[in-house]
Ligand binder design. Sequence first.
Ligand code: NAD
Ligand code: UDX
Length: 477
Amino acid sequence: MVVKNVCCIGAGYVGGPTCSVIAWKCPDIRVHVVDKSEMRIKQWNSDKLPIYEPGLEDVVRECRGRNLFFSNNIETAIKDADLIFISVNTPTKTYGIGKGRAADLKHIEMCARKIAEVAEGDKIVVEKSTVPVRAAESITHILSANTKPGVSFQILSNPEFLAEGTAIENLLNPDRVLIGGEESEAGAAAVAELTWIYNHWVPSEKIITLSTWSSELSKLASNAFLAQRVSSINAISALCEATGADVTQVASAVGQDSRIGSKFLTASVGFGGSCFQKDLLNLVYIAECVNLPEVAMYWQQVTDMNVYQRTRFAKRIVECLFNTVTDKTLAVFGFAFKKNTGDTRESPAIYVCSHLLEEGARLNIYDPKVERSQIEYDLTSAAVTNEPERIKKLVQIFDDPYEVVKDAHAIVVLTEWDEFKTYDFKKMHEVMKKPAFVFDGRKILDHEALIKLGFHTETIGKRFTRNCLLRSSGGDL
Ligand code: NAD
Ligand code: UDX
């Protein structure tokens, strides 16, 4: 078989960009991305794509209608395809056994059943979603229990490592591509087909073939290691604040050890995103299920430290604002979980804002890419409050950062958008209540300059003595 038709079930943050890049790099392959959501598909076929990702629009514009198609015709797409990616969401379970920790595989199972129901001929089914180790076994069981004559399936694991905000860059130049398959002749043939697709643009030495179980576990382990680095530096940031050290200097010093490396050592208000917390909890759950409580406890600490970090930051805001934020207006810069995305899933902003709202603060929020309705939804959902009507009255969302700060007591930076660094903070200081505060949860602003302008400035992993000097000398503060 030479793959001519690819189908991708799930037109989300992974399925959309991944298949757009496959279509762009493989003009000889027809790529059909399908989703059960009519709204999502409508957006993929419009000028305003459902997700913001630098470079994505150009790729979609070039390929859409040529060899890239988005539709809700799931059955047709499965029938036509030689190879099917499953890229549906695998969120943390919110009910039943494993609630709050295990990955919910109901969408994966529905895909497997749909494929078994409508497939005609041989198919390669590729697990692109992040799944618990041995999930491919369940897919295989469902498919083989429902196989019709003349139909055969090969299951591959091919986890995705793109990060949001840099998805296109990561897809074009991946550090590695993992392909896990069955150790048999048919398994090897399926691996060769998927390798052939990636070989259109990824050099062979970056394509790693491994067992299906190793491939599945490597994805969870990679995210756990990355999240662990962020929690490690955040733990050090708390020590810095208590001792007078500066976490930027410590991170730089530590990161220059080539065995440690300098990436992913930026202290912050905490990690967010749809993956880290979910995959860590999944790992913890798997460890518990195989009776390894010490292993489970070890990884649990990574997510506990993250909760501690964002709570610590929110509490510090209240403390600095003379122990009360009730009826004070705070200007929030950034709501996305990181820059260059409009995604807010597990964003630390949700938790910091909820803490401040709980304390009675009024929040003026600005984010360059997050939809107004998304912010409203995130702050009023049942997961964060049982008083949605009260919250609605306390939150205002703005399109202009200079409007956000009017009469505000403080600016709170929760996402590291580049544009925040370019603002005229002198102008902002003039229209704010005094003393005016800045809480930089992302360490992106010029703190010395802010202090000179008269802002009381607080950030992660560093204490500014000059704030105190100004206070004791009867200065602006
Ligand atoms: P997403 O929620 O953005 O997209 C998933 C899509 O699947 C949704 O549009 C949903 O409507 C669709 N879907 C669900 N069930 C379906 C079904 N039965 N039939 C058709 N469509 C269905 O999720 P995502 O962020 O793209 O993540 C997908 C998977 O990739 C997850 O397992 C995630 O852990 C993993 N992953 C995500 C990222 C990331 O940065 N977001 C990176 C690497 C891996
Ligand atoms: C992550 C993984 O990086 C990616 O490989 C996987 O496929 C999906 O999950 P993503 O969540 O999109 O990607 O973004 P990432 O860049 O990993 O950032 C995650 C969170 O950690 C963000 O909130 C970010 O702000 C935070 N972070 C990251 C830090 O606080 N400090 C750092 O040094 C790095």
